[in-house]
Design a protein around this ligand. Sequence first.
Ligand code: AMP
Ligand code: GLY
Length: 421
Amino acid sequence: MKVLVIGGGGREHALAWALKKSARVSEVVCMPGNAGIAELARCVPVAVTDLEGTLALVEREQPGLVVIGPEVPLALGVVDLLEKRGVRVFGPTADAAQLESSKAFAKEFMRRFDIPTAAYAVCRSVADVEHELKDFASQVVVKADGLAAGKGVVMCESHRETLEAAGQMFDGVVTGEPIGQLVIEETLVGPEISFFAVCDGTHAATLGVAQDHKRVGEGDTGPNTGGMGAYSTDSLVTPDMIEWLRVNVAQKVVDGMRSEGMPFVGVLFCGMMLTPDGPKVLEFNTRFGDPETQALMLRLETDLLTVFEAAIDGRIDSLPIRMKRGASVCVIAASGGYPGSYTSGKAITGVPVPSSDEVVFHSGTAIKDGQLVTAGGRVLAVTAAAATLEDALHKAYGALAGIRFEGMQYRRDIAWRALKN
Ligand code: AMP
Ligand code: GLY
């Protein structure tokens, strides 16, 4: 079968890599892809936001399956568009993707279906915020409604800061565009984990759990990024906790969305905080995480094509999804200056050849005059799996030591929380 993967980052490289291992996948086409993906897939330069271009490509290529990586085409309705034409697609419709594309929708949905999350209020003006703040402690999180590529969340220490942040969001200073509504919510504390469920509209099945590292600096300091590294181990959370999250979060979402006429098919990424009062949802994403997916794909034993097909056909409950025992890690090598401004086009050398348990996935790379060069903030996702976390880290950092590009930065402390325990 020919499979079309939409997207062009490390997540899509990992998905294409896992799909390519399937005996039933004859070819992977990627739109738009990147220099690393081009080593195993045919890349076609169409932007993920170009729905007409996507449709034309699908009509030309006739893939047996389309897999959507990023959130933006989901929110634009690429799944609705393709399904209407009878194409088999793995991903949620625009309605179902509101769980990610609207924070207000997600919070109100969680309230309706009694899914544990931080106390909140939806506000449409600064006056609204001022009124609602009476019910909140001094530390408040302000979240822009709508997709904001990680820029839409501000943590505030006082009500004065909250009002300022809210004002700037309504004015468009924070996300680049004025917003109509935002969510204020109570600040939660505890370790964060990313829980991934594959959903078929009726059932939620556990794919795996990973921990991301959102801050740019070691010890979780400095500004937020798209994610500087991730790891996944057998003992990150207990099997009981994983089942609790599946039943009390993911399955409740699937049941709720189905009952409201928006069946959820795709990956539900539950960003959870394990608070002293129990696990609470920080956010939903309606797609795979980046860089969590790179770590998870190295451990996935079950054929990924079979997983996607079971979800589309409504029988994910009958498919055991198996992970290799042990651990995996993914360390991001980023451009100097990221997540602020940086320059691209730097020559990259020393990328090792991939093996079954060590792969350098490409996040932002291109080929210029025959040379591999940087083409983004996050450049490479150096990923390794092993029987123990220590061995996986040793492999990943060993591979990183040989890679060079001008300005390269990476965190040397990926998985530090697990090592500390
Ligand atoms: P979100 O995009 O909603 O996941 O927010 C991005 C990051 O902000 C999360 O990964 C958390 O680290 C932090 N965050 C979001 N909501 C809260 C909250 N209610 N309490 C504490 N931290 C939060
Ligand atoms: N790793 C966080 C995200 O993909 O949004």
